[in-house]
Design a binder for this molecule. Structure first.
Ligand code: ADP
Length: 468
């Protein structure tokens, strides 16, 4: 491409400079000759009129040639109509030469006078001449030739083309070097872009191209870099999703296998015939607990897969948060009563309407309040506090339960994570908070946790009032 641009560039330069040069040369030359011719014609008129005034006297052409030459500061020659020189102001030895072969004299005889250039053998120089035929009377006519040696101006003009061509060649050389540099500057970033795009096509997204200009190419490079970064992010997120999917499948298999293994172990124990009542009963209890845990886990997995597929199908409507909270507490009332827990609900203001997905908000609250019952002590307390401003709503679920150790706080939102899986209080799946976090961020919100071990835990969910 560089060669193509360069060649076109130079070709245009050559054509345009030669054309301009030639037109300039031609115009100057024509003008110069024209003004010379005008001068010769007016001098000639002068000579002709003074000859015609004295046409009755005898002519002394030698003397006349001299006088007119002084008068017009040019070479004056009189030539007979047969083409023989009669008198010449500069050289009298030519008078016997035959001049009829001269094109200028021939034209003068035909009455077609014009300026012409001829080499003068007798003077050994080039001359510009103008010759014209003058009829003195019916029987006598004479050719008057007026001329000048080619002077420095004439030579300058004749050589103008040569000087011009030299100048053009020199400027072409400079222009070629400059255009080479320009084209090189233009092409270098494009070459870099091509190289990098090949790397990108081969899957290497780490390469960015330096932006060293703020023109269109700079813009192109910037967009290219953005595109590469986007691609990089996209590919990383696909890899991340793929990694998470693999982890998830591995986790599920592991989590499901643990209770199943324990169930199968105790079933084996029950097969033994000499078992006493206590051992039998204990084995059956464990089988029951583990089966409930399995059911719980499968239920939560179903919810998770439903939530994932609902990602783009939220049903937005105006919500009555008070009604939602009281319905959730109704659903959980059995568990609340069993553990003799006191629930306080507090609305710090309820002026603004909330537009969100009712089903998903309920899911969040059920998970959080259910945990605050599950991980609470008998006779414990729970607060559900709703705070709001005109943009967002914050629902706080606070309990007086066992709490979460500080170093485990980050992990509670991970799938299958349980702070103490051997804790007998719970038959949890480790999926509830993972689902909650997922749903909260699906509604454009965030979830935070604070806890103090042995004293209680606070979960806060903040989401926008209007998620549309
Ligand atoms: P699980 O089904 O085990 O309850 P979650 O995802 O709901 O799963 O919670 C993960 C872990 O976080 C729980 O196992 C528990 O250890 C801890 N946790 C959640 N909520 C509370 C809470 N209110 N108080 C104390 N610990 C909690």
């Amino acid at each position: 491409m560089r060669r193509k641009i360069l060649l076109n560039y130079i070709l245009i330069l050559i054509i345009s400079s030669f054309l301009t040069g030639y037109i300039a040369y031609y115009t100057i030359k024509v003008n110069h000759l024209q003004s010379k011719e005008e001068k010769y014609v007016s001098n000639l008129k002068l000579i002709e009129s003074s000859i015609l005034e004295n046409k009755d006297s005898t002519f002394n052409f030698f003397r006349m040639a001299q006088v007119f030459s002084d008068l017009t500061s040019s070479r004056v020659t009189f030539i007979s109509s047969e083409g023989y020189p009669v008198a010449d102001s500069d050289n009298n030895s030519i008078i016997f030469d035959d001049m009829s072969s001269s094109q200028g004299i021939e034209n003068a005889l035909k009455g077609e006078s014009k300026i012409y250039n001829e080499f003068s053998r007798e003077m050994g120089k080039n001359y510009y001449y103008y010759s014209s035929l003058l009829r003195i009377n019916d029987s006598n006519s004479i050719i008057i030739r007026i001329g000048e040696t080619i002077d420095s101006t004439d030579r300058l003009i004749d050589n103008f083309l040569l000087y011009l061509m030299t100048a053009i060649l020199a400027s072409l050389l400079i222009a070629s070097i400059l255009s080479f540099i320009t084209v090189e500057n233009l092409v270098r970033p494009l070459r870099k872009l091509t190289m990098t795009s090949k790397l990108v096509a081969a899957g290497d997204f780490s390469q960015l191209v330096d932006i060293d200009s703020d023109d269109e190419i700079g813009e192109l490079t910037a967009s290219f870099n953005t595109m590469t970064q986007e691609l990089n992010n996209y590919v990383s997120s696909i890899n991340e999703v793929e990694r998470m999917r693999k982890d998830f499948v591995a986790n599920i298999s592991h989590e499901l296998r643990t209770p199943l293994t324990s169930i199968l172990g105790f079933v084996e124990t029950l097969r033994l015939e000499y078992l006493d009542y206590d051992t039998k009963n204990k084995s059956l209890n464990i089988i029951e607990t583990e089966s409930i845990r399995l059911r719980e886990m499968i239920n939560k997995l179903l919810i998770l897969s439903k939530v994932e597929s609902m990602r783009d199908e939220k049903v937005l409507s105006e919500l009555d948060i008070k009604k939602i909270i009281s319905e959730v507490l109704d659903v959980l009332s059995q568990k609340i009563i069993e553990k003799e827990i006191t629930v306080h609900v507090k609305y710090e203001s309820m002026e603004y309407s909330v537009k969100s997905d009712e089903g998903l908000i309920k899911l969040i609250l059920i998970n959080l309040i259910e945990n605050s019952i599950k991980y609470n002590f008998t006779n414990g307390q729970i607060w559900v506090i709703v705070q709001e401003d005109n943009k967002s709503i914050r629902i706080i679920v606070k309990d007086t339960g066992v709490g979460i150790p500080e170093d485990k706080l980050d992990k509670v939102f991970e799938r299958f994570y349980r702070v103490d899986s051997s804790r007998s209080i719970t038959n949890g799946s480790g999926l509830g908070l993972a689902i909650t976090k997922h749903v909260v961020s699906g509604l454009g919100g965030t979830i935070e946790v604070e806890s103090s071990q042995g004293k209680g835990t606070v979960f806060s969910v903040i989401f926008p009032k209007d998620y549309s």
